[in-house]
Design a protein around this ligand. Structure first.
Ligand code: NCD
Length: 306
Protein backbone atom coordinates (compact mmCIF):
# COMPACT_ATOMS: atom_id res chain seq x y z
CA UNK A 1 0.00 0.00 0.00
CA UNK A 2 1.34 3.39 -1.04
CA UNK A 3 1.20 6.26 1.49
CA UNK A 4 2.57 9.82 1.59
CA UNK A 5 4.31 10.31 4.92
CA UNK A 6 7.53 12.06 3.93
CA UNK A 7 8.34 14.11 0.80
CA UNK A 8 10.99 11.56 -0.18
CA UNK A 9 8.26 8.90 -0.59
CA UNK A 10 7.83 10.15 -4.15
CA UNK A 11 10.52 10.11 -6.84
CA UNK A 12 11.30 13.16 -8.94
CA UNK A 13 9.43 11.57 -11.82
CA UNK A 14 6.37 11.07 -9.64
CA UNK A 15 6.52 14.67 -8.42
CA UNK A 16 6.80 15.91 -12.00
CA UNK A 17 3.77 13.80 -12.97
CA UNK A 18 1.74 15.17 -10.04
CA UNK A 19 2.59 18.76 -10.99
CA UNK A 20 1.70 18.05 -14.61
CA UNK A 21 -1.62 16.57 -13.61
CA UNK A 22 -2.42 19.47 -11.27
CA UNK A 23 -1.70 21.89 -14.12
CA UNK A 24 -4.03 19.88 -16.34
CA UNK A 25 -6.74 19.95 -13.67
CA UNK A 26 -6.43 23.74 -13.51
CA UNK A 27 -6.83 23.90 -17.32
CA UNK A 28 -9.85 21.58 -17.56
CA UNK A 29 -11.46 20.86 -14.16
CA UNK A 30 -14.65 19.46 -15.70
CA UNK A 31 -12.68 16.53 -17.15
CA UNK A 32 -11.89 15.37 -13.60
CA UNK A 33 -15.32 15.96 -12.05
CA UNK A 34 -16.03 12.22 -11.60
CA UNK A 35 -12.48 10.93 -11.24
CA UNK A 36 -13.05 9.75 -7.64
CA UNK A 37 -16.77 9.07 -7.83
CA UNK A 38 -17.86 6.67 -5.09
CA UNK A 39 -14.64 7.13 -3.10
CA UNK A 40 -14.53 8.40 0.47
CA UNK A 41 -11.81 10.54 2.02
CA UNK A 42 -11.50 10.57 5.81
CA UNK A 43 -9.94 13.71 7.29
CA UNK A 44 -8.58 12.97 10.77
CA UNK A 45 -7.43 16.27 12.25
CA UNK A 46 -6.14 16.08 15.81
CA UNK A 47 -4.71 19.60 15.44
CA UNK A 48 -6.19 22.86 14.14
CA UNK A 49 -6.22 23.49 10.40
CA UNK A 50 -7.99 25.72 7.93
CA UNK A 51 -6.31 25.38 4.54
CA UNK A 52 -5.06 21.84 4.70
CA UNK A 53 -8.32 20.24 5.79
CA UNK A 54 -10.58 22.39 3.65
CA UNK A 55 -8.38 22.02 0.58
CA UNK A 56 -8.39 18.23 1.02
CA UNK A 57 -12.17 18.22 1.36
CA UNK A 58 -12.59 20.58 -1.54
CA UNK A 59 -10.23 18.41 -3.61
CA UNK A 60 -12.22 15.22 -2.94
CA UNK A 61 -15.57 16.91 -3.58
CA UNK A 62 -14.23 18.41 -6.83
CA UNK A 63 -13.36 14.87 -7.96
CA UNK A 64 -16.89 13.62 -7.32
CA UNK A 65 -16.01 11.79 -4.07
CA UNK A 66 -17.25 12.27 -0.52
CA UNK A 67 -15.65 13.19 2.78
CA UNK A 68 -16.09 12.35 6.43
CA UNK A 69 -13.98 12.89 9.52
CA UNK A 70 -13.30 15.17 12.44
CA UNK A 71 -11.64 18.55 12.74
CA UNK A 72 -10.82 18.34 16.40
CA UNK A 73 -9.30 15.61 18.58
CA UNK A 74 -11.95 16.29 21.24
CA UNK A 75 -14.58 15.08 18.81
CA UNK A 76 -12.87 11.69 18.37
CA UNK A 77 -12.30 8.66 20.57
CA UNK A 78 -8.78 9.94 21.21
CA UNK A 79 -10.31 11.65 24.26
CA UNK A 80 -11.29 8.18 25.52
CA UNK A 81 -7.72 7.00 25.11
CA UNK A 82 -7.94 5.24 21.75
CA UNK A 83 -4.56 4.84 20.01
CA UNK A 84 -3.84 6.05 16.49
CA UNK A 85 -3.27 2.40 15.51
CA UNK A 86 -6.78 1.40 16.61
CA UNK A 87 -8.43 4.48 15.13
CA UNK A 88 -6.91 3.86 11.70
CA UNK A 89 -8.08 0.24 11.77
CA UNK A 90 -11.62 1.58 12.18
CA UNK A 91 -11.23 4.28 9.57
CA UNK A 92 -9.96 1.66 7.10
CA UNK A 93 -13.44 0.08 7.29
CA UNK A 94 -15.26 3.32 6.50
CA UNK A 95 -13.13 5.21 3.98
CA UNK A 96 -10.91 4.59 0.93
CA UNK A 97 -8.14 7.05 1.78
CA UNK A 98 -7.29 9.26 4.72
CA UNK A 99 -5.45 12.47 5.54
CA UNK A 100 -4.20 12.76 9.11
CA UNK A 101 -2.83 15.70 11.09
CA UNK A 102 -1.48 14.97 14.55
CA UNK A 103 0.59 16.86 17.14
CA UNK A 104 3.01 13.94 17.58
CA UNK A 105 5.94 13.44 15.24
CA UNK A 106 5.63 10.07 13.52
CA UNK A 107 1.87 9.64 14.11
CA UNK A 108 1.05 9.30 10.40
CA UNK A 109 3.85 6.78 9.96
CA UNK A 110 2.43 4.67 12.79
CA UNK A 111 -1.03 4.95 11.24
CA UNK A 112 0.29 3.80 7.86
CA UNK A 113 1.65 0.60 9.42
CA UNK A 114 -1.81 -0.41 10.65
CA UNK A 115 -3.87 0.96 7.79
CA UNK A 116 -5.57 -0.87 4.96
CA UNK A 117 -6.07 2.39 3.04
CA UNK A 118 -3.54 5.01 1.84
CA UNK A 119 -2.54 7.41 4.62
CA UNK A 120 -1.51 10.98 3.82
CA UNK A 121 0.49 12.89 6.41
CA UNK A 122 -1.20 16.29 6.71
CA UNK A 123 1.35 17.42 9.33
CA UNK A 124 2.95 15.48 12.19
CA UNK A 125 4.04 17.79 15.01
CA UNK A 126 7.14 19.81 14.21
CA UNK A 127 8.34 17.16 11.77
CA UNK A 128 6.98 17.02 8.20
CA UNK A 129 4.13 18.36 6.06
CA UNK A 130 4.57 16.75 2.63
CA UNK A 131 1.32 17.94 1.03
CA UNK A 132 2.20 21.56 1.78
CA UNK A 133 5.44 20.76 -0.05
CA UNK A 134 3.48 19.55 -3.07
CA UNK A 135 1.55 22.84 -2.97
CA UNK A 136 4.80 24.81 -2.70
CA UNK A 137 6.44 22.90 -5.58
CA UNK A 138 3.45 23.53 -7.84
CA UNK A 139 3.52 27.24 -6.95
CA UNK A 140 7.26 27.56 -7.57
CA UNK A 141 6.98 25.62 -10.82
CA UNK A 142 4.11 27.81 -12.01
CA UNK A 143 6.17 31.01 -11.70
CA UNK A 144 9.75 29.85 -12.29
CA UNK A 145 8.99 27.03 -14.77
CA UNK A 146 11.65 24.92 -13.10
CA UNK A 147 12.68 23.55 -9.69
CA UNK A 148 16.44 23.61 -10.31
CA UNK A 149 19.13 26.30 -10.19
CA UNK A 150 17.25 28.57 -7.78
CA UNK A 151 18.20 30.36 -4.57
CA UNK A 152 15.68 29.81 -1.79
CA UNK A 153 15.48 31.94 1.34
CA UNK A 154 13.69 30.45 4.34
CA UNK A 155 12.91 32.89 7.13
CA UNK A 156 11.36 32.61 10.59
CA UNK A 157 10.88 29.56 12.77
CA UNK A 158 13.01 27.02 10.93
CA UNK A 159 13.26 24.77 13.95
CA UNK A 160 9.60 23.89 14.45
CA UNK A 161 8.28 24.79 10.99
CA UNK A 162 7.39 21.43 9.47
CA UNK A 163 6.57 22.97 6.08
CA UNK A 164 10.17 24.19 5.90
CA UNK A 165 11.58 20.77 6.78
CA UNK A 166 9.60 19.04 4.06
CA UNK A 167 10.21 21.66 1.39
CA UNK A 168 13.97 21.83 2.00
CA UNK A 169 14.15 18.07 1.87
CA UNK A 170 12.31 17.99 -1.45
CA UNK A 171 14.20 20.90 -3.06
CA UNK A 172 17.61 19.58 -2.10
CA UNK A 173 17.00 16.61 -4.40
CA UNK A 174 17.05 18.99 -7.42
CA UNK A 175 20.40 20.11 -8.82
CA UNK A 176 22.00 23.51 -8.38
CA UNK A 177 19.62 24.88 -5.76
CA UNK A 178 21.03 27.11 -3.02
CA UNK A 179 19.55 27.77 0.42
CA UNK A 180 19.72 30.76 2.76
CA UNK A 181 18.34 29.97 6.22
CA UNK A 182 17.39 33.07 8.20
CA UNK A 183 16.28 32.61 11.79
CA UNK A 184 17.08 33.65 15.34
CA UNK A 185 19.83 31.49 16.88
CA UNK A 186 17.20 29.66 18.99
CA UNK A 187 15.10 28.67 15.97
CA UNK A 188 17.74 27.36 13.58
CA UNK A 189 17.02 24.65 11.05
CA UNK A 190 17.48 21.18 12.59
CA UNK A 191 20.69 19.39 11.65
CA UNK A 192 18.81 16.46 10.08
CA UNK A 193 17.23 18.85 7.56
CA UNK A 194 20.25 21.06 7.00
CA UNK A 195 22.47 18.12 6.19
CA UNK A 196 20.30 17.38 3.12
CA UNK A 197 21.52 20.64 1.57
CA UNK A 198 25.21 19.68 1.78
CA UNK A 199 27.42 22.71 1.15
CA UNK A 200 24.75 24.68 -0.72
CA UNK A 201 23.36 26.47 2.36
CA UNK A 202 24.25 29.50 4.44
CA UNK A 203 22.73 30.45 7.79
CA UNK A 204 22.16 34.01 8.94
CA UNK A 205 20.07 36.12 11.31
CA UNK A 206 19.75 39.00 8.84
CA UNK A 207 16.99 39.05 6.22
CA UNK A 208 17.85 42.46 4.72
CA UNK A 209 21.40 41.44 3.97
CA UNK A 210 20.34 38.41 1.93
CA UNK A 211 16.97 39.24 0.38
CA UNK A 212 18.54 40.68 -2.79
CA UNK A 213 20.05 37.32 -3.76
CA UNK A 214 16.87 35.23 -3.51
CA UNK A 215 14.61 33.82 -6.25
CA UNK A 216 12.09 32.58 -3.70
CA UNK A 217 11.51 33.79 -0.13
CA UNK A 218 9.57 31.41 2.11
CA UNK A 219 8.34 33.25 5.21
CA UNK A 220 7.00 31.33 8.22
CA UNK A 221 5.30 32.15 11.49
CA UNK A 222 6.82 31.35 14.86
CA UNK A 223 5.12 28.10 15.90
CA UNK A 224 3.68 29.16 19.23
CA UNK A 225 2.09 25.77 19.98
CA UNK A 226 5.48 24.04 19.96
CA UNK A 227 7.07 26.35 22.52
CA UNK A 228 7.63 25.30 26.09
CA UNK A 229 7.03 28.76 27.47
CA UNK A 230 5.13 31.86 26.39
CA UNK A 231 7.99 34.22 27.30
CA UNK A 232 10.26 32.79 24.60
CA UNK A 233 7.46 33.00 22.07
CA UNK A 234 6.75 36.65 22.86
CA UNK A 235 10.44 37.50 22.60
CA UNK A 236 10.86 35.81 19.20
CA UNK A 237 7.52 36.21 17.47
CA UNK A 238 8.12 39.54 15.71
CA UNK A 239 11.80 39.16 14.92
CA UNK A 240 11.19 39.18 11.17
CA UNK A 241 8.53 41.23 9.49
CA UNK A 242 8.62 41.47 5.72
CA UNK A 243 7.45 44.95 4.75
CA UNK A 244 7.64 47.21 1.69
CA UNK A 245 10.94 48.64 2.74
CA UNK A 246 12.67 45.24 3.00
CA UNK A 247 11.03 44.11 -0.23
CA UNK A 248 12.47 47.13 -2.03
CA UNK A 249 15.87 45.43 -1.78
CA UNK A 250 14.61 42.25 -3.50
CA UNK A 251 14.61 41.28 -7.16
CA UNK A 252 11.68 42.16 -9.38
CA UNK A 253 10.98 38.48 -9.96
CA UNK A 254 11.23 37.33 -6.34
CA UNK A 255 8.42 34.94 -5.37
CA UNK A 256 7.24 35.46 -1.79
CA UNK A 257 5.65 32.32 -0.38
CA UNK A 258 4.12 31.55 3.03
CA UNK A 259 2.28 28.35 3.98
CA UNK A 260 -0.16 30.48 6.04
CA UNK A 261 -1.55 31.24 8.55
CA UNK A 262 0.28 34.53 8.68
CA UNK A 263 0.47 36.26 12.02
CA UNK A 264 2.72 39.35 11.76
CA UNK A 265 5.64 38.18 9.70
CA UNK A 266 4.38 39.66 6.44
CA UNK A 267 2.98 43.15 6.66
CA UNK A 268 -0.42 43.44 4.95
CA UNK A 269 0.99 46.24 2.78
CA UNK A 270 2.97 43.53 0.95
CA UNK A 271 -0.21 41.71 -0.15
CA UNK A 272 -0.72 44.02 -3.13
CA UNK A 273 2.82 43.51 -4.44
CA UNK A 274 2.87 41.23 -7.51
CA UNK A 275 5.66 39.24 -5.83
CA UNK A 276 3.31 38.19 -3.01
CA UNK A 277 2.15 34.72 -4.05
CA UNK A 278 0.89 33.23 -0.79
CA UNK A 279 -2.81 33.43 -1.50
CA UNK A 280 -2.26 32.01 -4.97
CA UNK A 281 -0.21 29.27 -3.27
CA UNK A 282 -3.18 28.38 -1.05
CA UNK A 283 -5.35 28.10 -4.19
CA UNK A 284 -2.89 25.67 -5.75
CA UNK A 285 -3.22 23.48 -2.65
CA UNK A 286 -6.58 22.25 -3.86
CA UNK A 287 -5.38 21.19 -7.31
CA UNK A 288 -2.24 19.37 -6.21
CA UNK A 289 -4.29 17.51 -3.59
CA UNK A 290 -6.74 16.48 -6.32
CA UNK A 291 -3.79 15.07 -8.27
CA UNK A 292 -2.51 13.33 -5.13
CA UNK A 293 -5.84 11.74 -4.21
CA UNK A 294 -6.20 10.42 -7.76
CA UNK A 295 -2.69 8.98 -7.76
CA UNK A 296 -2.94 7.16 -4.43
CA UNK A 297 -6.43 5.84 -5.13
CA UNK A 298 -5.42 4.63 -8.61
CA UNK A 299 -2.42 2.82 -7.12
CA UNK A 300 -4.52 1.25 -4.35
CA UNK A 301 -7.01 0.01 -6.92
CA UNK A 302 -4.30 -1.44 -9.16
CA UNK A 303 -2.89 -3.30 -6.15
CA UNK A 304 -6.33 -4.62 -5.22
CA UNK A 305 -6.80 -6.03 -8.73
CA UNK A 306 -3.35 -7.67 -8.78
C1 NCD B 1 1.27 25.10 8.27
C2 NCD B 1 1.26 23.94 9.23
O1 NCD B 1 0.23 23.49 9.68
O2 NCD B 1 2.36 23.46 9.50
N1 NCD B 1 -0.01 25.45 7.85
C3 NCD B 1 -0.48 24.86 6.72
O3 NCD B 1 -0.74 23.69 6.68
N2 NCD B 1 -0.58 25.62 5.62
C4 NCD B 1 2.06 26.25 8.72
C5 NCD B 1 1.78 26.83 10.06
O4 NCD B 1 0.88 26.40 10.77
O5 NCD B 1 2.49 27.77 10.42
Amino acid sequence: MRHLIDPSDFTREELAALIERAEDIIRRPAFYADACKGKILATLFYEPSTRTRLSFESAMLSLGGSVLGFANADASSATKGESVADTIRMVSCYADICAMRHPKEGAALVASRFSKIPVINAGDGGHQHPTQTLTDLLTIHSVKKRLTGLTFGFCGDLMFGRTVHSLVKALSAYEDNRFIFISPGELKIPAYVREKTGNTAVESENLEEHIGGMDVLYMTRVQRERFFNEEDYVRLKDRYVLDKQKLSRAREDLAVLHPLPRVNEISVEVDADPRALYFEQARYGRYIRMALLMKLLEEAQTKERA
